[in-house]
Design a protein. Structure first.
Ligand SMILES: NC(=O)c1ccc[n+]([C@@H]2O[C@H](COP(=O)([O-])OP(=O)(O)OC[C@H]3O[C@@H](n4cnc5c(N)ncnc54)[C@H](O)[C@@H]3O)[C@@H](O)[C@H]2O)c1
Length: 402
């Protein structure tokens, strides 16, 4: 029998809303008992809407509420360390939204506080828990696409909904720290979290919005086993929220579209009937709603994993160490954007029992003189073989059948 949890939720904004819809959704027994927001008024309005018995603007009091057994952090990035530290000091399990911190140094300080307190902790990276991603990652782990060579992950929309996101100091950066944290964890989930990210090349720019932070970023992440991750993030994309991933393996391919094309397309001339989907830009014309948004964005599976892990005494799929590694990769991206060079990913912490990943390059020497590169059936019905001739160094072709 799984335990029902009584939750302190910090933050009553967009993510607080999605988290509440999820943890109190369907027939769940888990309940938010205390909600904390910047003002009492905001907290009270949220509490009344969602049937939450207690509200406050005092984060410490919310965390220390004796009637709650777990803390969920959904406040702006600059408050994650404070919130997690309060939870750790209160000896309570803590789950933190993305990004873990504004930079790797802050993330490391968070890890140290949590390790010292010895409390259970999880990193709330929802997009690795979408039903499509979980199924694809399982297929990749079974070898369905062979060795993963390249993963491309894209998250773009027209920009965030609250002022603090746009303030570099409070958020830790712009579109990269906000969106690439998702992409990086998706990329790592497909490539294998045990594979070390080695270096990055990143372009970050402010192309549309009048802000000091970047509103666009593209990066390549090179991993130790030769796999490459590529992210594309932007706050300057028009037309909704574009969430797409591509996995290219030596023996297969996966294309995922999580949001704008989920198989639900609707035209309305009447329009104006309310919320369509996160970051949708209109309420009329062609719309792309999402069937069960919290499920399709991964929140449902994410909280199931987190609470199950807590009840079962195991680690969740996404840990704070994962969050730190994501921050370290983003730090390298910001350095590369400044220096315009490949920059190393500097990691002070890594998995304790990481499997040693051998860099498997394609075999350069074959048993015989020839290695088959590929074969292809041609329009005239012949089978064409391309072969590496190791003696001459040339690539030759043979035609079979007809
Ligand atoms: N997919 C995701 O996982 C996802 C999506 C959106 C946001 N987030 C993350 O969630 C966090 C919050 O983002 P959001 O979109 O909900 O922001 P938001 O601006 O919509 O809401 C922020 C909330 O924090 C509260 N808050 C601010 N200062 C506070 C304080 N000192 N004490 C108590 N409460 C305080 C505000 O009152 C508000 O309720 C950020 O770290 C963001 O990156 C994650």
């Amino acid at each position: 029998m799984k335990e029902a949890h009584n939750i302190t939720l910090l933050g009553a904004g967009l993510i607080g809303t999605f988290y509440t819809m999820t943890v109190q959704g369907q027939r769940s027994r888990d309940r938010i008992r205390t909600i904390c927001a910047l003002t009492d008024g905001e907290a009270e309005a949220f509490a009344r809407k969602w049937g939450i018995p207690k509200w406050t603007a005092n984060m410490k009091m919310a965390v220390e509420d004796p009637e709650t057994d777990i803390v969920i952090v959904g406040v702006p990035n600059y408050l994650h360390k404070k919130a997690i530290t309060l939870a750790a000091k209160a000896g309570k399990p803590v789950l933190c939204t993305k990004p873990l911190a504004r930079n790797a140094r802050e993330a490391l300080e968070i890890l140290e506080v949590v390790d010292k307190a010895g409390v259970f902790a999880g990193y709330l990276e929802d997009l690795v828990y979408t039903p499509k991603t979980l199924k694809s990652v399982a297929a990749v782990k079974r070898g369905a696409v062979g060795k993963v060579l390249w993963v491309r992950s894209r998250e773009t929309h027209s920009g965030p909904h609250s002022a603090w996101f746009w303030d570099k100091k409070l958020a830790g950066g712009g579109a990269i720290v906000d969106l690439a944290c998702h992409c990086i964890e998706i990329i790592r989930s497909f490539i294998g979290k045990e594979v070390r990210p080695v270096e990055v090349m990143c372009l970050a720019d402010t192309v549309v919005h009048p802000i000091a932070a970047e509103d666009s970023g593209i990066a390549l992440i090179r991993f130790k086993n030769q796999a490459v991750g590529q992210f594309e993030v932007s706050w300057a994309f028009r037309g909704g929220m574009d969430l797409r991933d591509e996995v290219a393996g030596a023996e297969g391919t996966i294309w995922l579209n999580h949001f704008l094309r989920t198989g639900y397309e609707m035209f309305t001339a009447a329009g104006g009937k309310g919320y369509v989907a996160e970051k949708a830009e209109g309420e009329a014309g062609w719309l792309f709603p999402v069937g069960d948004e919290v499920h399709e964005l991964g929140y449902t599976n994410m909280f199931s994993d987190m609470f199950d892990a807590l009840d079962e005494g195991r680690e969740p799929v996404e840990t704070l160490l994962d969050g730190y590694i994501v921050n370290a990769i983003m730090d390298a991206c910001y350095r590369s954007a400044r220096t315009r060079r490949w920059e190393p990913v500097m990691l002070e912490r890594w998995y304790p029992e990481a499997k040693k990943e051998k860099a498997k390059a394609p075999k350069k020497t074959a048993k015989g003189r020839y290695s088959l590169i590929k074969e292809e059936r041609m329009p005239d019905g012949t089978l064409k073989q391309l072969l590496q001739d190791w003696k001459t160094g040339h690539v030759i072709q043979r035609i079979k059948g007809g």
